[in-house]
Design a protein around this ligand. Structure first.
Ligand code: NDP
Length: 340
């Protein structure tokens, strides 16, 4: 198997504001066969994530910027097609950071074995992957425990829904905000949230007060902006804010002013903690055991929105900023109906 042509998505120009299809190009490359200690992998699913937006800008983000004319990268789950490396056999399923392309050749250090038995395999990009781990790390950093009232913004997305389900496992009262009635229903009926509201239909601060009239102990922030301001107002004394993401500002061309009510930090003795999941990768085995256990026993539900084909990957990515996903947004690179 030596004549492999692979399509890949490249960054054509830096987006200004909301990205458009014109910022990307599709290229076809001819892959070299794997050399000694190398593995050829066919991607089955790839991830699109909001953090990639920062990497599309010129200059620094918290991850290395994407280079113009070069393929993008990101989480992917694939199947080994050919191996010249010890410990890898055709048919093995691996995760990698070689997303946004159909095939790739890599050395074993860039690959992580996962079980083929768990289905769908795309779960390794969501609940059992980077976004699930982000939810788990965030809750641990804020020492979320039974009895806490926890508010989560972006709650119906990949990180948010897992954070809420895990907080429920810990015995918390969980409230989520999301951008549609369908998402609110999903949070209440499928994820077991105690309260949920559509932040687009009425002022967030008023809806949060209705759901948590006695205030909140923990705010899991995926969104920033208005949601952070509402949470600061609703926090109880000694409350904790987990600063996970700030998607409401990712496409702003100029930074917005910060929350007008930050002085709540002082009066209420609040703690605000930011984190990047990749700093916690040494905890991956613990995460896989604990959260994998919840998933296998049915205590943690997996929901995803699946775009079909690499030609729809850019649309799926842009869709994140229009709220087009419930649960994790993934792109399937396997033809519909073909075995993965
Ligand atoms: P999601 O699956 O939540 O997808 C993005 C969602 O954000 C959309 O569905 C939409 O939902 C919401 N959204 C989009 N634009 C806006 C806006 N302007 N205002 C409010 N909500 C908006 O993504 P992830 O779960 O992957 O990521 C969630 C957050 O966590 C992001 O901020 C991301 O950057 C961050 N993150 C941080 C990590 C870390 O290590 N710190 C790691 C991974 C993610 P809706 O319909 O509800 O508006």
């Amino acid at each position: 198997m030596t004549d492999i042509k692979s399509r890949e998505v490249r960054l054509a120009s830096h987006p200004h504001g909301m990205p458009t299809a014109a910022n990307f190009t599709m290229a076809r490359t001819q892959l070299k066969p794997p050399g000694d200690h190398e593995v050829l992998v066919r991607n089955l699913f790839m991830s699109v994530d909001p953090y990639m937006r920062g990497r599309m800008n010129e200059g620094k983000s918290y991850a290395p910027p994407f280079a113009l004319g070069q393929p993008l990268d990101g989480g992917a789950v694939g199947e080994v097609m050919e191996s010249r490396a010890e410990g890898f056999q055709p048919g093995d399923v691996v995760t990698s950071n070689y997303g946004w392309r159909e095939y790739f050749v890599a050395s074993p250090e860039a690959l992580h074995h996962v079980s083929r038995e768990i289905r769908p395999l795309s779960v390794y990009l969501g609940v059992l992957g980077m976004t699930g781990m982000t939810a788990w790390v965030g809750l641990n950093l804020a020492d979320v425990k039974a009895g806490d009232v926890v508010f989560i913004s972006g709650a119906a997305g990949a990180v948010g829904n897992v954070a809420g389900q895990l907080a429920k496992q810990r015995g918390c009262r969980v409230i989520g905000s999301a951008g549609s009635i369908e998402k609110v229903r999903y949070l209440r009926e499928e994820c077991g949230f105690d309260g949920a509201f559509d932040y687009k239909t009425a002022p967030l601060i008023e809806q949060l007060e209705l759901e948590a009239p006695d205030g909140i102990d923990v705010y899991f922030d995926n969104v920033g902006g208005e949601a952070l301001e509402a949470a600061l107002a609703a926090m109880r004394k000694n409350g904790r804010i987990i600063t996970c993401g700030s998607i409401s500002g990712y496409n702003d061309e100029k930074p917005r002013p910060g929350p007008s009510n930050l002085s709540n930090m002082i009066a209420k003795r609040l703690t605000m903690k930011g984190f990047i999941v990749r700093d916690w990768l040494d905890r991956l085995p613990v995460f896989e055991m604990e959260v994998g256990g919840y998933f296998k026993s049915g205590l943690l539900k997996n929901r995803e929105t699946v775009a079909q084909g690499i030609e729809n990957a850019v649309g799926a990515f842009i869709g994140l900023f229009h709220g087009q996903n419930i649960g994790k947004m993934v792109v399937s690179l396997v033809s519909a109906g073909a075995p993965a």
